[in-house]
Design a protein around this ligand. Sequence first.
Ligand code: CA
Length: 224
Amino acid sequence: MKILIIEDEPRLNEFLKKGLEQQGYVVDSAMNGSAGLELASVGSYDLVLLDIMLPGQNGFEVLENFRQFEIKAPVIIISALSNADRVIEGLDKGAIDYIKKPFDFGELMARIRAAVRRGDAKNFTKYSIGNFHLDLLSRKAWMGDQEIQLTKREFGLMELLLLRTNRIVTKTEIAEKVWEVNFDMGSNVIEVHLSQLRKKLGNADLIRTKVGTGYYIEGELIKS
Ligand code: CA
């Protein structure tokens, strides 16, 4: 499940990002409404956490723009503005839930799980692009009908590249999200894993290299 955080308070933004990543979600974050809108328009998020008091366009304006640009991602508002008028305005503008700041992280997780149960937020578990398929629950991968045995890192790499379909994933991002700790950026361990992964996929073109920048997968990602 891929979540976008739009929150201008740096510490809360970072806290939410780290916390959600620890829960196994893939997370992007934006520090203002315009940056959030830009990410949401290309990112196909399963859920968006949206602050209201934001620099530039505020959260209500972001919601209106979501509607205008037909961005369908479900939105949970997280805001210190908690009077009834504000909550009503947020829900009327299309948010699926409204959580008052400060909130407990456990409560946020419960609200996210509830949104998934209600079907407001979809928790997709299968990704396909072309004839490559990845099952996040069984942690299995296939090229056509042929199952491919991936290591934990290789699986993590494919998951990240697929979630970022049509966007370049930098080496730094791979190091942070797939290796997480104690990664030596001077080493060539990512290149080695990628070359191994490409061999296993038997399709040299699936993962493309943008020289000096990073890696990407191109195409239409199908989630189910
Ligand atoms: Ca704010």
